[in-house]
Design a protein around this ligand. Structure first.
Ligand code: GLN
Length: 463
């Protein structure tokens, strides 16, 4: 750890607190909507649209940083937008009126929560804009702390990723303490307020220490806006995008397509897997029942615990360390294995019967090994391959795959088996849990095999 620049730890803390704020709010969002505003179906739709949009805007945030503002100003503006967004969520929950659910799960129409609804929609909008400006730019800065092709980058992004997951782990535990209810939906406001305070603190820390720590190895400040070029210089700069730059960008786009399959399965955690944890997993220990929402913290916990192990392992492998693209393919293969384990664990389990908690824990454990092999390594690859001029935009393209995945994940989750219904995927009947989990086994195995086969070609393109 000591061999990394101090700036990495500033970005670590900034990202950790930003993710705390994001995941804290996210843990409460659906519950808040269901408690006072929408039916479960409507709330799921809004949630799906929101999580998809937050990963769409990094494309714009990356472009703005590369072209106009630089990373620092984009991160600060994004952070301020997110703080305003969280504050609007807080205000929404301050104005919310308790309502009762009438038949069919609809909300009692006599309670007027229009103001709270619009405050929430504006808050979510600010979070979407803020995340777009923040997320790609902080990752770009991690890469900028090192020389372009530095071998330490995989390890650096893995450490940074630990920050992401410490935030993701603590947030639901803290903000989750302020879950409201039908009778008291206003209680949610304290969770949103905490999220607002934490992102504000994140920005204060970032802005205070940026000049001291965010520097290149030779002491130049990073993340500043590019100086305005004269028309002649500007023209010349355009000409510097060489053929190999284009090929590198193409490699990033190809890899981003493969990554879609990973996150589409991974993001089942918030939907079908939560449902599985809730309805078909035995969570009782000595008479005490574990809350379903706690299952959401398992992946983040495993990430924090296993990230140093993975870094140590890659380092120990020395010259046998797989190439970064092979690591992505390994990530997909591990994801496939994770779902294979649970698919067989639940084979022939009748609806309504609960299975051991060990199945879902094994799934998350193996899945996180895959995540650590794919997600931080992917960021590192993008950082190494992107031409400087488009570094943040390429990060935005990388996150675009998560946006597509979140959308696809929602659609795939609707195939979760329900009694008395046969669902179909491409004409193939999905009759039970075993079939459902096999979808993800096959999807990620195929993606992994194709990526392994493409490795020699992609490696050549990277040269
Ligand atoms: N857990 C990661 C984060 O929140 C996932 C990002 C992604 O690419 N899906 O940063």
């Amino acid at each position: 750890m000591s061999s990394h620049p101090k700036g990495l730890y500033l970005l670590f803390v900034t990202e950790m607190s930003e993710r705390f704020s994001y995941y804290g709010m996210r843990a409460l969002l659906t519950l808040y909507m269901v408690a006072a505003l929408f039916t479960m179906t409507r709330a799921s739709e809004v949630y799906g649209t929101f999580t998809s949009l937050v990963y769409l805007t990094p494309l714009i945030g990356g472009y703005i940083a590369d072209r106009y503002w630089g990373n620092r100003r984009s991160i600060l503006t994004g952070g301020i937008c997110m703080a305003i967004g969280q504050f609007l969520m807080f205000l929404s929950a301050c104005f919310i009126q308790p309502s009762i659910q009438v038949e069919g799960g609809a909300i009692d129409p006599s309670v007027d929560n229009t103001l709270a609804l619009w405050l929430m929609v504006s808050g979510l909008g600010m979070l979407v804009i803020g995340n777009g400006l923040f997320k790609p730019n902080i990752a770009t800065m991690v890469g900028d702390l090192y020389p372009q092709d530095d071998r330490r980058k995989d390890a650096a992004f893995t450490i940074f990723y630990m920050g992401v997951n410490i935030g993701a782990l603590l947030a639901p535990l803290v903000c989750g303490l302020f879950e409201g209810s039908f009778q008291d939906p206003g209680r949610f406001r304290w969770g949103f307020l905490i999220a607002c305070i934490v992102i504000s603190l994140s920005m204060i820390i970032f802005w205070t220490f940026k000049n001291r720590f965010l520097v290149t190895p030779d002491g130049r400040q990073i993340g500043l806006a590019k100086p305005k070029a004269s028309p002649i210089e500007g023209g010349r700069e355009e000409g510097l995008l060489t053929r190999s730059d284009y090929i590198h960008m193409l490699v990033i786009v190809i890899l981003a397509v493969f990554v879609i399959f990973f996150w589409a399965a991974y993001e089942q955690a918030g939907s079908s897997l939560t449902y599985f944890a809730d309805k078909q997993t035995d969570k009782t220990f000595f008479g005490w029942e574990m809350p379903t929402s706690w299952f959401q913290t398992f992946p983040a916990f495993f990430c924090v615990a296993l990230a140093p192990v993975m870094n140590w392992m890659w380092q120990k492998m020395g010259r046998f360390e797989p190439h970064s693209i092979q690591k992505l393919a390994i990530g997909l293969a591990l994801l496939s294995l994770a779902y294979l384990v649970i698919a067989f664990g639940v084979k022939d389990v009748e609806p309504g019967i609960k299975v051991s908690i060990l199945w879902i824990i094994s799934l998350y454990f193996i899945q996180v090994l895959g995540e650590l092999s794919l997600s931080p390594i992917g960021l590192s690859l993008v950082s190494r391959l992107s031409p400087k001029k488009f570094a943040s935009l390429m990060m935005g393209i990388w996150y675009l795959s998560t946006s597509v995945s979140n959308f696809a994940a929602g659609k795939l989750a609707t195939l979760y088996p329900e009694e008395g219904q046969t669902k179909y995927l491409l004409g193939i009947p999905i009759t039970d849990l075993h079939d459902f989990f096999l979808i993800f086994v096959v999807m990620s195995a195929v993606a992994s095999i194709i990526l392994f086969c493409l490795c020699p070609l992609l490696k050549k393109m990277m040269k």
